[in-house]
Design a protein around this ligand. Sequence first.
Ligand code: PGA
Length: 244
Amino acid sequence: MSTFVAGNWKTHLLNDSAVALASDVAELCNGTDVAVFPPAVYAQSVRQALANSQVGLGLQDLSDLGPGATTGDICADQARDIGCQYVLVGHSERRIRQQESSDWVAAKAKAAVDAKLVPLVCVGETLQERESGRHVDAVMQQLLPALQVMQSGDRFMVAYEPVWAIGTGKTASAEDAQAMHAQIRLQLAERGLEQTLVLYGGSVKAANASELAEQPDIDGALVGGAALNGQEFAAIVAAFREKK
Ligand code: PGA
């Protein structure tokens, strides 16, 4: 598998609309190179809707700890038990709202890998960091703790999502995204982790997916808003399949 497209449904949808969207995804872009991340409460309904497809299922967050006294969390064993293969960790909405540190995110990524779940480790700079020229440092500070806990052969992905591009309609230019992806790739290669896919996220839509997919180090996309429409999401998947 050389590309991957993930749909992050965030806190959108109710049970019926989540099931309907999952059925659309299964019909329009079935494949092992696609996964959806529904609200956790609907993960099992979505799993049933995906049952005859190869589309993967993931959660949007994971506890860094095992079963125990962590009210409101979902642990890796539970995620696996309900049929998940993937989890997002360190999404900027959580780093900001829940004040998740990069060490905490790294611990979540490790918990996922230990349970044979594939974590998508999300990193990305703020507008202020970009405008002051500190964007590469900011992204590396988020990424390196997670890379330190990974070993060659561990299955995980990195999702580069500039905070200023998420849900704003502003996408990083393909060149800026490529430049950051190349830096991330370098860090991965230095640690023997070059098999790791690096996805881009932040206002990805059908209209800009091909240009992003053409960049040598952009291996796929983490899609928010545009993942809520099956046709639009399938067009993004198609753009990355062209790359193969
Ligand atoms: P967006 O969200 O595509 O709506 O910008 C991406 C994300 O937050 O993963």
